[in-house]
Ligand binder design. Sequence first.
Ligand code: F6P
Length: 362
Amino acid sequence: MTGIRRIGVLTSGGDCAGLNAVIRAITYRAIDGYGWDVVGIRNGTAGLLARPVEAERLTTANFPGTLMRTGGTVLGTTNKGNPFEFPENDGSTRDRSPEVIDGWRSLEIDALVGIGGDGSLQILRRLAQQGAMALVGVPKTIDNDVGPTEVSIGYPTAVMTATLALDHLQPTAASHSRVMVLEVMGRDAGHIALAAGISGGADVILIPEIPYSIAAVAAKLRRMKEDGRNFALVVVAEAVRTEDGQAVRQFRAGGSGAYGGIGYYIASRITEETGAETRVTVLGHLQRGGIPTPRDRLMASIFGVHAVDLIAAGRFDRMVAWSGRQVTDVPLAEAAGSSRDVDVAGPLVHTARGLGICLGDA
Ligand code: F6P
């Protein structure tokens, strides 16, 4: 044992379904399993920058039966305001990491569980190193792009939501003889598009990892029509670019531009090339909310318990991971900032091709 008495937990980066189930598992394991105190830090690193620091003691009573069934994070989160390059009002940035570290220290916690994606974990790791503090990471992101884990919290529910969207689009597509284009999230990776596209019976799936041509998409849609199909389902990942290589982004407050809108481009190009009537659905943040699937709740519970067990064993600077039907853990350095794209030689791409789904390249 390591003399641990009190641990902290925070969520950082974009929210997703399953976060409350992770916080719950951490709280239960720490209190019931080890007799520690648990402090929940609010709004990710923003809570550590605030004065007084935004944090509260968590007990198992904070987790009534309803909470593990809900999306979002009871602790709040932020996906902006990197403390090392904190944006100032005049457009400049400032290193506010010493303030975050002071806030972290003021909580008198012996270790912190940071629940985040690769970017958030990278920031937390840098803070932990700078402040000589104990950190364990839990991977979460609907994008499922954290390198060393086969699944991140939030991804199963996002795939479920995108699959249900295709289930809802198919009957209306067939009723009106339309091509339905569904744009899904995923940041720079096509994991959600590929998994939901296969699960939801898509005819075309476009992901950023595979270059596409509208000619190939149009040829597929024409063949389907000749074979008697009166509708088609097209899934496009948000990071897919226009044919001349432009990323499609939406203007955001603060000047940052998140992906969004490529579905409209793809739909209008399909109409130009085939004459088909198209409609577009941009699924957006629906993929981040929703009731966590059993898979997400299970992974959240497994990851939460394992994260606390790592702390009890004094094994810090590690991230919990799922690999080969086992919970495991890897050095945080391997995970932080390492983004995993779709493996174009992997089983899902092979399966999609085997089903005759057009991936835009042939
Ligand atoms: O990383 C998760 C994610 O949902 C991406 O799929 C998406 O590009 C981005 O976050 C959206 O971020 P925001 O919540 O700032 O709109």
